[in-house]
Ligand binder design. Structure first.
Ligand code: BDR
Ligand code: CA
Length: 311
């Protein structure tokens, strides 16, 4: 098998879509998913965990699901019910799975998977970075055992939660800053690229027609989310934020990226949670991460549809 990967998520409609794709990539042998961990973000952590368990149950996916942090350590939780609904699924009903969450917290699962692997592991984070930051703080040796973190988060042109900040970073900017200054290599998929990774209504129809449980679930949740978010992608479709991060973790050939400084504003009165990058200035800030900058949308959507045929 390849590098073990943990998907750390806050499902959430597009997180559900990302889990469907992670399962298909695992089925194909393109992503060795060792665990799914949940974090409070789009919805509270109990709902996020319920949704993750029900998704893996529906897919018949034998992967552990572990509950993570219920809130940021230093701030109140901000959720995104206006985009994902209070159930995180915009009312799409899933059969209640008999699966139960792993008894360990998310950060312990990250440590255990890393410790038992013969090679450093990957984390794909599609929610606030609370669990990853707690894991790094609790287990200082873990940093050496992480090959990379692929993060859906940040915005360089404009935020979606505030004018300056993207949701995942805005919920807990200190956690994001902790991860970005940890020395662990990271790749950031910000809104600037995920808004270009959109799927149209016609393409969603093609997804639904594939007929597999995963394809139908993907089309159901993204179909309800599309009208709420189409404006962010110029009215062209629904941005597949979290799916892009998961697919990128398996195949980076669909995107271009650049190594650069990435920092997080944690104090600004109107810029809290803003991600700041040094792409063009000559200040020579130390390059601590990688910014994913462009996506071949046609190739990405073709890959998504190909994966949805798997199930
Ligand atoms: C990110 O925020 C959440 O609402 C989505 O699931 C995605 O992870 C986009 O800003
Ligand atoms: Ca998410």
């Amino acid at each position: 098998m390849g590098v073990p990967v943990i998907v750390d998520c806050d499902p959430g409609t597009d997180d559900v879509a990302a889990l469907v794709l992670a399962h298909a990539l695992a089925q194909r042998g393109d992503l060795d998913v060792a665990a799914v961990t949940t974090v409070a973000g789009n919805v509270d952590v109990e709902q996020a965990t319920r949704n993750a368990l029900d998704v893996v149950g529906l897919l018949g996916w034998d992967v552990p699901v572990a509950r993570g942090a219920a809130k940021p350590l230093v701030a109140d939780l901000v959720t995104a019910a206006e985009i994902h609904g209070t159930d995180g699924l915009l009312g799409v009903e899933l059969p209640t799975s008999s699966r139960v969450a792993d008894g360990r917290p998310a950060w312990q699962v990250m440590r255990d998977v890393a410790a038992s692997s013969d090679q450093p592991i990957d984390v794909v984070a599609t929610g606030p970075l609370t669990n990853v930051a707690v894991a790094l703080a609790t287990y200082p040796e873990l940093g050496e055992r992480l090959r990379r973190v692929v993060v859906m988060g940040g915005a360089f042109l404009a935020g979606n939660t505030t004018p300056a900040a993207e949701f995942n970073v805005y919920v807990y900017p200190e956690a994001a800053q902790r991860v970005f200054t940890s020395g662990v290599p990271f790749w950031l998929c910000p809104l600037d690229v995920t808004h270009e990774a959109y799927i149209t209504a016609d393409e969603l129809g093609q997804a639904r027609a594939l007929g597999s449980p995963g394809a139908v679930l993907f089309a159901d949740v993204i179909g309800r989310y599309l009208p709420l978010v189409a404006r962010y992608s110029g009215g062209r479709g629904a941005a597949l934020h979290d799916p892009l991060a998961v697919v990128y973790a398996a195949d980076d050939s669909l995107c271009t990226s650049a190594e650069c400084f990435v920092g997080v504003e944690t104090r600004g009165s109107i810029t809290r949670g803003m991600t700041v990058t040094d792409r063009y200035s000559d200040t020579k800030l130390e390059r601590n991460g990688h910014l994913v900058e462009t996506v071949d949308r046609a190739a990405f959507v073709a890959r998504v549809l190909d994966l949805l045929a798997v199930g």
